[in-house]
Design a protein around this ligand. Structure first.
Ligand code: HEC
Ligand code: HEC
Length: 322
């Protein structure tokens, strides 16, 4: 059985039959994420996302770093792996990733399927061998029938990747105040600045507030050995220190900010843009000093807080019984 999970204006609209999620009528002015996913794959992916058997020593799951209660990030400047090693990049949210054309801060993975097996094997993240993970899952009571139902096969690595990707794509947001058009006066003023003089919309555009492109905002260029960012993948000089424009959905929940987690609060992020980033010839020409006053800065922050959704459909996914 296949169902259509469609998010319009953040509301779940169901095609096909599924008892557990009541269809809601979509308000106008919409976040549009449509996903056609097989519920057996989505639920398997949901279980795998929270499954410590995916890591060496069964200590850590995807959700250890992508915590649902913290906007699917983890509150740390950079990630801490299974053996206590610290990575050099901030944990991005997985909310609204389904529509991205590529993944990671530097865009090095082309699909969610390709991305999913990365952290499992990354020595400073979950540090596991795929064969071991497959063997552990295959020896459990629960997983073999679930793989059978989802893929008609036993437990294997491609199935792990496909199921996790299906879960990530099916994860949708309830409408935020922004989606509902329910903004306070400060948030409305912030929206004007965001779209206008603040120039934020130049890069943070579309339903998920990202142009899905790479830009150098100069973060980290003031410290020794900056992260080369996209350049390490594209080998193009102009991609030095460039990172994918992150979504701003639920941004309030995912502090600290930027690829290196170096800005602690949204206020610090706005101050950073206000001064035109780090003075450096490499910085994107769209990043210029803004001359915002204290009220305008507060309004911009207020607007970003209007992008916080009251919840996701994760509970419905957890309780679905295909
Ligand atoms: C140790 C912490 C940690 C664990 C465990 C972890 N991640 Fe991540 N995740 C990160 C970090 C850090 C990045 C960004 C890395 C980069 O861009 O180089 C990331 C990036 C991602 C992205 C890309 C998001 C985007 O916007 O491009 C997805 C999707 C993702 N992780 C899913 C997963 C899945 C699925 C698992 C489990 C199989 C997992 N992560 C386990 C820390 C972690
Ligand atoms: C030239 C494109 C561009 C413009 C203009 C721009 N941003 Fe960004 N934004 C980015 C990129 C790229 C990053 C990630 C940079 C990094 O981590 O090094 C980012 C990061 C952020 C983050 C942190 C996201 C996270 O998950 O850590 C916030 C918040 C943000 N921008 C808000 C704004 C606001 C507010 C404005 C306007 C004042 C703005 N941006 C203007 C491209 C842009």
């Amino acid at each position: 059985m296949r169902i259509v999970w469609m998010l319009a204006a953040g509301a779940l609209v169901l095609g096909g039959c599924h008892k557990l999620m009541a269809p809601t009528v979509a308000p106008a002015g919409a976040l549009r994420v449509a996903a056609v996913e097989d519920p057996a794959k989505v639920e398997l992916g949901f279980r795998l996302f929270f499954e410590p058997m995916l890591s060496a020593g069964n200590k850590m799951s995807c959700a250890s770093c992508h915590e649902p209660g913290r906007g699917f990030s983890n509150g740390e400047p950079t990630a801490l792996g299974v053996a206590g090693q610290r990575g050099n990049r901030n944990v991005p949210t997985i909310l609204a990733v389904g529509k991205n054309p590529y993944f990671f801060w530097d865009g090095r993975a082309a699909t969610l399927e390709e991305q999913a097996l990365g952290p499992i094997q990354n020595p400073i993240e979950m540090n596991a061998k795929l064969d071991d993970v497959v063997a552990k899952l295959a020896a459990s009571k629960d997983y073999p029938p679930r793989f059978q139902a989802a893929f008609g096969t036993g437990v294997d690595a491609p199935g792990i990747a496909k199921a996790i990707a299906a879960f990530e794509r099916a994860l949708t947001l309830e409408p935020s105040p922004f989606d509902r058009g329910d903004l306070t006066p400060a948030q409305q003023r912030g929206r004007e600045l965001f779209n206008g003089r603040g120039n934020c919309k130049m890069c943070h555009k579309g339903p998920n507030f990202t142009d899905t492109n790479f830009h150098t905002t100069g973060v980290g260029l003031d410290r020794p050995n900056p992260d080369a960012g996209r350049m390490a993948i594209s080998k193009k000089r102009f991609d030095y220190n460039a990172f994918k424009t992150p979504t701003l959905r639920n941004i309030e929940q995912t502090a600290p900010y930027m690829h290196d987690g170096s800005l602690a609060t949204l206020e610090e992020v706005v101050d950073y843009y206000d001064k035109g980033g780090n003075p450096n010839p490499l910085v994107d020409p769209e990043i210029v000093p803004l001359g915002l006053n204290a009220q305008e800065k507060a309004d911009l922050v207020a607007f970003m807080k209007a992008l916080t959704s009251p919840g996701t459909n994760i509970k419905e996914i957890a309780h679905s019984r295909p």
